[in-house]
Design a binder for this molecule. Structure first.
Ligand code: Q9C
Ligand code: ZN
Length: 342
C-alpha cells in the first residue's frame, strides 16, 4: 500500500492548548506522524511518496472562501495585533446566543471561525494544513488511478473542521476535500469515521447530500468532545436524509461492543454500495490513549483493518487522532496490515 506524506506537517507544532481550565502541553504534535512514518518503513507497508500540489480549488469545493482567507492570514493578523508577544492565536470570545455575527478584526474572526480553545494557529499552521490536504488528494488521485488502497498520513487532522469552522486540532477537512474531489470525478464515496471523537466537520459538510454517505462510530457526545454534535438521531436532511449514521458508544467501550457497532456501520456502507471508501482513521480508541476512554487493544486494530477490507472497496485511509505516542505507530500499521491481509 502506498503512503503519502509531507514533511510540511512539521511546520505545525503548537506547544500548548487551552484545555480543562489551563494551558497544557499540546497532544497533537509532530512526533505522532514522524513515528508512524518510521513504523511504515520498518514494517515495509509500501513506498512513502510526497504529495503533489493541488492548489486552492479542491479546498474551495468544501470550505468557504472567506474561511480560507481567514486561515491564510490569521497568524499574521494575530502577530500584528500582539506584536510584542509570541503566543499562538487561540480564540477567546464567541458570538454566543443573543449576540451578533461579526468578523471584522482578528479577535472576532477567531471567535467566528473557531469552535474551541484547543486548536492554536501558529506561524506554520496554514502551510501544514494545506500540505495535509495535498496528501489526502494525492492518495485520492492514486485510488482514482486504480490503486486498491492508499494511506494519507495527514497531519494536522481534519474531521472536526467544517466548511467554515476550525477546531478539535483540525483546520481543513482532509477527508472531505478528498471525498469531494472523487465525487467531482463521478465516483460515489462513503466515509467511515472511526476516530474516538465524532467527525462533526465531515458530518456537517455532507449532511444534506445524497451523493456521499457518512457513518461514524465514536464516544457519545453526551460525555465527549465535540459535545454539540454526533448524537444518534442525526440522520441527514433534505436529499441527504438517511445518509448520515451516527453510532455513539459509552465510556470504556472495548472490542466486543465496538465490533457490533462496526458491523452495523459496515452493513450501512455495503447497502449504499459506494465506488470508494474513505476511512477517517483515528487511533484514539486505544485503551491507553491519554485523552480518550475506549478500551481497544493493540491486536484489535488488525481486526479493524480486516473488517474494513471485507467491504472489498478501493479504500483511502486518512490519519486523524490518536495520542498515545508509544503505541500510535504500532496500532496504525496494525490497521493497514490487517487490511492488506498480512
Ligand atoms: N478532555 C481529534 O482527535 N479536546 N481531535 C478534548 C478532552 C479536543 C480531538 C478534550 C479533542 C480533539 C482529531
Ligand atoms: Zn479524535
Amino acid at each position: 500500500m502506498k503512503t503519502f506524506y509531507s514533511p510540511a506537517h512539521l511546520l505545525h507544532a503548537p506547544k500548548e492548548e487551552f484545555e480543562a481550565g489551563r494551558l497544557s502541553p499540546a497532544v497533537e504534535v509532530p512526533e505522532r506522524a514522524e513515528r508512524v512514518r518510521a513504523e511504515i518503513e520498518r514494517r515495509k507497508v509500501g513506498p512513502i511518496l510526497p504529495p503533489r500540489r493541488f492548489g486552492d480549488d479542491p479546498i474551495l469545493r468544501v470550505h468557504g472562501a472567506r474561511f480560507v482567507s481567514f486561515l491564510r492570514a490569521a497568524y499574521d493578523d494575530w502577530r500584528t495585533r500582539y506584536p510584542d508577544d509570541t503566543a499562538d492565536a487561540i480564540p477567546s470570545a464567541w458570538p454566543a446566543r443573543g449576540m451578533r455575527l461579526n468578523a471584522s478584526d482578528i479577535e472576532s474572526r477567531l471567535g467566528s471561525y473557531g469552535s474551541d480553545t484547543a486548536t492554536p494557529i501558529t506561524r506554520g499552521t496554514f502551510e501544514a494544513a494545506q500540505a495535509a490536504v495535498d496528501v489526502a488528494l494525492s492518495a485520492a488521485e492514486a485510488i482514482h488511478g486504480g490503486e486498491g488502497a492508499a494511506f494519507a498520513l495527514t497531519r494536522p487532522p481534519g474531521h472536526h473542521a467544517s466548511g467554515d469552522l476550525f477546531g478539535g486540532y483540525c483546520y481543513f477537512n482532509n477527508v472531505a476535500v478528498a471525498a469531494q474531489w472523487l465525487a467531482d470525478r463521478g465516483l460515489r464515496p462513503a466515509i467511515l469515521d472511526v476516530d474516538y471523537h465524532h467527525g462533526n466537520g465531515t458530518q456537517a459538510i455532507f449532511y444534506a447530500r445524497a451523493d456521499v454517505l457518512f457513518v461514524s462510530i465514536h464516544a457519545d457526545p453526551a460525555f465527549a468532545f465535540p459535545h454539540f454534535l454526533g448524537f444518534g438521531d442525526e440522520r441527514g436532511e433534505g436529499e441527504g436524509e438517511g445518509l448520515n449514521l451516527n453510532l455513539p458508544l459509552p465510556r470504556f467501550t472495548a472490542w466486543d461492543r465496538y465490533a457490533e457497532a462496526l458491523q452495523t456501520a459496515l452493513r450501512r456502507v455495503r447497502e449504499f454500495s459506494p465506488d470508494v471508501l474513505l476511512v477517517s482513521l483515528g487511533l484514539d480508541t486505544f485503551e491507553a490513549d491519554p485523552i480518550s476512554h475506549f478500551r481497544l487493544g493493540r491486536e484489535d486494530y488488525f481486526r479493524l483493518g480486516e473488517a474494513i477490507a471485507g467491504l472489498c472497496k478501493p479504500t483511502l485511509f486518512a490519519f486523524e487522532g490518536g495520542y498515545n505516542l508509544e503505541a500510535l505507530s504500532e496500532i496504525t500499521v496494525n490497521v493497514l496490515e490487517g487490511f492488506a491481509g498480512h
